[in-house]
Design a protein. Structure first.
Lengths: 174, 405
């Protein structure tokens, strides 16, 4: 949906999932490239400009921040502020305003009725990075999910977006 | 119209617009999304005048396509990996009978060890079965090759495999222009079979041929294969004229005209190689790339002329011949036998290991630094510490030159 959102803005985009032993709870990785020129490579991203972490427990067990720089955006799905996650050594090098938690699962439960954090994470990603507009995210969501389900996901994305742009945002202090 | 869409979905859409009359397939990763989508279209009535056959196996799938094709239907199937191997018995029947069946192969490694990810060992195992093998370097090309494949198959009476890298392309969501129905209809005329099984005018297709004529039949098939090169080229030219983009054909160079070093590959790795070429060019190195789109029949003359000015040729391939070495590289060597270029062969990307632009740049640096020998197959992305430890525990190797590095 992120690549579709970028595409609707006239940019070039590519989404690459990875596959393995898919089962509920197993770590999975996906990649998305957004560019102003056509994308030829189909290789995994090793130096991300942004990392979206759907499950904060992965920070303790998987090298999810490998290849990042202090400028990389790190968006973590959690109801707790970054400093309460016990990941201080991992995120201390990032610039102020780059590491953020958003209660995506909580928002998904509230608006969609299921703990599926994808749409709210995209809303928060839009607010955090400014790389894509919330409207494009909404367009991509509606393209993927029709009717009431789409609207519920859009509402969750909007709520996440607003929680980020409002004062009191849960940025990590760096 | 450009859409942001999964490769498999785009292939299913374009195959549907090629109006197959029979689709028979057995699901196997990473081909599944293609045949699922086609079965949906038939069920929903979006793909009219088409029968979707849910069969019990890949051998059943291809056998059903054979039956459909000999009675004059346009037939399509798709598979990967062990599924292609399970079709192996029927593959030469299709080519031997001259049936213009089109098949997508979502390239995947073959086991054991079992591995669902991408390499080219599946199609390479069937390179001598008499099918045309076209390799897509991108999802756009995968889509375009399917339209061309039906034209080529029906014009030559030779079946065509469209090879697209499993997961790497099939599951990537990208911008793809899927030609609309009208454009496909004007490029691909309705199928007119050369001969059909018809109860009212009985003939035999596939009778036994003894030692008295078998060689002649095979000779003529080999001649037809080589003649297909011209058709494949023509169809790509026609495609460019109709759709205003380069897709298909025999080989395609990238910044290779004045290149001293040219990197040859098949499939989607060409994209990362082009990125590496741009990087190396910006450092002042005369490097280029050559995508081999048509691997069978082997376009020897086009490979020779495309590489005629290179002094160093590096072949990167995602499969190898166990106990022997390079597959594509050996064909390239023969094509360059009368020229002075040194040919290096490298295998990489087995079982889904990514082949990145960085790996390609390192490979070029190693070749320039004299780190690689020209006449052996190099495993450029192998973890040497792991294999060294294992080899140390085995009995000492016999004296003699190592076949691989």
């Amino acid at each position: 949906m992120l690549s579709v959102a970028a595409f609707t803005e006239g940019r070039h985009a590519q989404a690459l999932p990875t596959f393995g032993s898919e089962r509920t709870g197993a770590p999975v990785t996906s990649f998305c490239r957004i560019d102003d020129v056509g994308i030829r490579a189909h290789e995994p991203i090793t130096s991300p400009d942004a990392v979206i972490i759907q499950d904060p427990t992965l920070l303790h067990v998987a090298p999810v921040l490998v290849g990042t720089s202090p400028d990389t955006y790190v968006l973590i799905n959690s109801s707790r502020p970054v400093e309460d996650l016990g990941v201080e050594p991992l995120v201390s090098d990032f610039r102020t305003g780059r590491v953020l938690t958003v209660p995506a699962t909580e928002l998904a439960r509230q608006h969609i009725g299921r703990p599926l954090p994808g749409a709210p994470l995209l809303g928060a990603f839009s607010a955090l990075t400014g790389l894509i507009s919330l409207e494009s995210v909404a367009t991509a969501i509606r393209q993927r999910f029709a009717g009431a389900l789409g609207e519920a996901n859009v509402a969750a994305a909007r709520a996440a977006y607003e929680s980020v742009v409002q004062p009191g945002t849960r940025f990590a202090d760096a | 119209m450009l859409e942001q869409v999964e490769g498999s979905r785009a292939v299913a859409d374009v195959v549907a617009r090629c109006r197959p009359q029979v689709v028979a397939a057995y699901p196997i990763s990473p081909q599944t999304h293609i045949v699922e989508a086609l079965s949906d279209r038939v069920r929903a009535g979006d793909l009219q005048d088409c029968t979707y056959l849910m069969v019990e196996s890949e051998l059943g799938a291809l056998s059903a396509c054979i039956g459909a094709s000999v009675v004059g239907s346009r037939a399509y199937t798709a598979t990967a990996s062990q599924g292609l191997l399970y079709m192996a018995e029927a593959l030469p029947n299709v080519s031997g009978l001259g049936l213009p069946i089109v098949m997508t192969v979502a390239n995947r490694a073959i086991g054991a060890p079992i591995n669902i990810w991408n390499d080219h060992s599946d199609v390479m195992s069937q390179r001598d079965c008499g099918w045309i093998q076209l390799f897509a370097s991108s999802n756009q090309e995968a889509v375009d090759l399917h339209v061309q494949a039906f034209v080529i198959a029906e014009r030559t009476s030779i079946p065509v495999m469209v090879c697209m890298d499993g997961f790497v392309l099939t599951h990537a969501v990208e911008e793809i222009d899927v030609p609309d129905q009208q454009a496909v209809d004007s490029f691909l005329p309705p199928f007119v079979p050369r001969q059909v099984l018809d109860p009212d005018e009985p003939i035999t297709i596939g009778s036994m041929v003894g030692p008295d004529t078998f060689t002649e039949v095979k000779y003529l098939a080999a001649a037809d294969q080589l003649a297909a090169l011209e058709v494949i080229d023509e169809v790509a030219d026609d495609f460019r004229a109709s759709f205003a983009r380069e897709s298909g054909g025999l080989v395609r160079g990238y910044r290779s005209d004045d290149a001293a070093i040219v990197i040859v590959s098949l499939g989607s790795v060409h994209g990362s190689i082009c990125d590496a070429v741009d990087g190396l060019r910006s450092e002042g190195l005369a490097v280029g790339a050559l995508a081999v789109t048509c691997f069978r029949p082997w376009p020897e003359g086009q490979v020779t002329s495309a590489l005629a000015r290179a002094t160093t040729v590096i072949v990167v391939e995602k499969a190898f011949s166990m106990g022997s070495g390079s597959i594509v590289g050996n064909d390239v060597r023969l094509a360059l036998a009368d020229l002075g270029a040194t040919v290096f062969t490298a295998v990489a990307g087995l079982g889904g290991r990514p082949v990145t632009a960085d790996i390609i740049r390192r490979l070029v640096a190693d070749v320039r630094d004299g780190e690689l020998e020209a006449d052996v197959l190099h495993f450029i992305d192998v973890d040497r510490s792991v294999v060294a430890r294992e080899l140390a525990e085995r009995r000492p190797a016999r004296a003699g030159r190592e076949a691989i590095r």
